[in-house]
Design a protein around this ligand. Structure first.
Ligand code: BGC
Length: 382
């Protein structure tokens, strides 16, 4: 018996030494903090690597609360990265495509860069033609968030907080924002968003991860098979602002109710497809009455068998096929991020809701609490 314990100890010690010496993947069921460099202003930025019991790993930086890498198994059990990202903070500081980042105060667009609240007009920066995109010039994606490791029953968790001051980027109210990322032991990356304000404001928080389930650098995502739980979508004008209509997907290239390859209709002779340069549209999610969180979308990558399901409490999801990626951004390992080499499924309230009284409201008042959850669940198929 003694001998066996000794053996196990020696074997354990050898394993630990090899693991430490190899600098390889972190210990299952752990979170590791390391430096990720400094911002152009000299502010230190950290990288937290969360590893669950199965060795699945999510690396998250305090710069923009961005998901840097996400390593999940393929159908043979081999771990591989499934998101675009950069090797250090410099990449994120120059990241014009919001790759992996937390988005706020208002994810997606606000038309004509203004909105009215309580009879007062608020003017924002026009950083996307005539409109405001993803919070303005310095959105939450360019902020350094405060990080704290927190305990989770079912995995590894990291809490990120940020105070967006009254008037920041033109938005009213001191907004205290908290996002908890949990990498669960069932291979899901969960995002719990909450916020409070001291003045009436609008907000729409999301994460802007770009996925390629075959791995970044493996070409276009057009053979990924997608299902979206939506009977309607919000058609847009030439500035990608919703017209206000909720249009049936039936009979259009936007019908993903049955699993369909992303590329099957992406070049269709369709006005909306042309306006988006592919898919860049908000889908109106079907909700099951009483269900606090519902399935929004499911994607299967046929060669690796990797599957991601998106679950959310939000009423919409932006399906974006990376139409504006043009190869000028170089990511991890020097890979050029080319057109349609990744897709996004950004859970959200509808774009331009502050100017559309018929859309679900994005208003938050003092004394109320903003609370949303989105989960990306990974698995495989034969
Ligand atoms: C928008 C795209 C935009 C991209 C930013 C998406 O959420 O809908 O139009 O280009 O984010 O990189």
């Amino acid at each position: 018996m003694m001998r066996r314990v000794l053996w196990v100890t020696i074997a354990g010690a050898i394993l630990m030494t090899t693991w430490a010496a190899s600098g390889a993947a972190a210990k299952p069921g752990s979170t590791k903090k390391s430096s990720f460099g400094k911002t152009p202003d000299g502010e230190p930025v950290d990288l937290y690597t969360l590893t669950n019991k199965n060795g699945v790993e999510a690396a998250i930086t305090t710069f923009g609360g961005s998901v840097v890498s996400l390593k999940v198994p393929d159908r043979s059990g081999k771990l591989g990265d499934v998101v675009l990202g950069f090797d250090s903070v410099d990449g994120y500081a120059n990241n014009t495509s919001y790759i992996g980042a937390l988005i706020g105060r208002y994810g997606n667009r606000i038309g004509h860069a203004q909105f009215k609240l309580e009879g007062k007009t608020y003017t924002l920066a026009k950083n996307n033609g005539e409109n405001t995109l993803h919070g303005g010039i310095k959105g939450f994606n360019k902020a350094v968030w405060t990080a704290k490791e927190v305990s989770a029953k079912d995995g590894q968790a990291l809490e990120l907080t940020y105070l967006s001051k009254d008037g920041e980027e033109g938005f009213p109210g001191n907004l205290h924002v908290r996002v908890i990322y949990t990498l669960t032991d069932s291979n899901a990356l969960k995002m719990d968003y909450s916020a409070t304000t001291d003045k009436d404001t609008v907000l729409n928080l999301t994460n802007h991860s770009y996925f390629n389930l075959a791995g970044p650098g493996s070409g276009e995502v057009l053979s990924h098979v997608l299902m979206i739980e939506a009977d309607k979508f919000t058609p847009v004008d030439s500035g990608l602002i919703p017209t206000g209509e909720l249009r049936d997907v039936a009979g259009t290239p936007f019908d993903f109710r049955k699993p369909t390859a992303m590329g099957a209709r992406i070049n269709a002779d369709d006005e909306q497809i042309k306006l988006g340069g592919g898919y860049d549209h908000n889908f109106v999610l079907r909700r099951k009455l009483g269900d606090p969180i519902s399935l929004a979308a499911r994607v299967v990558e046929p060669t690796t068998g990797r599957v991601v399901e998106v679950w959310t409490t939000e009423p919409g999801v932006q399906f974006y096929t990376g139409n504006f990626l043009d190869g000028s951004l170089k990511g991890k390992g020097g890979i050029s991020y080319t057109k349609r080499s990744a897709f996004c499924l950004e859970t959200q309230h509808f774009p331009d809701s502050p100017n559309n009284p018929k859309f679900p409201s994005t208003e938050l008042k003092p004394g109320e609490r903003y609370d949303t959850t989105t989960i990306y669940k990974f698995s495989t198929e034969k």
